[in-house]
Design a protein. Structure first.
Length: 107
């Protein structure tokens, strides 16, 4: 069963948000290269909130999420992100219905 989450990050200011974006982009390279179970990993900026970022993440299953959390590029992101942020809010999601990329198990 797919496993998802939404994370809302509030940066200290717009400059910190830009530095956070760079760190996130570097992390995304590792995710693309080594995490086939990560189906969606997207960084969004809410309209009219330039210092806020919202990540939407969707994993093939909880095991894929746990694999993601153990990767060196993710551990670096988790350790370094705090210097740019004033708050982080995480919401874990259970899929009810929808259209999404097919997981490897469904291909």
């Amino acid at each position: 069963m797919p496993y998802g989450l939404v994370v809302r990050f509030t940066a200290q200011d717009v400059a910190a948000a830009a530095a956070f974006d760079q760190l996130a982009a570097e992390t995304l390279g590792g995710i693309k290269a080594t995490e086939p179970g990560t189906l969606v990993y997207v960084n969004h900026t809410p309209v009219d909130e330039p210092a806020v970022r919202v990540f939407y993440e969707l994993y093939e299953d909880r095991k894929a999420f746990l694999h993601h959390e153990e990767q060196p590029h993710v551990k670096r992101f988790l350790a370094e992100r705090e210097q740019y942020l004033i708050s982080t809010e995480v919401t874990f999601l259970e899929e009810v219905a929808g259209k999404r990329p097919a997981s490897a198990q469904e291909r």
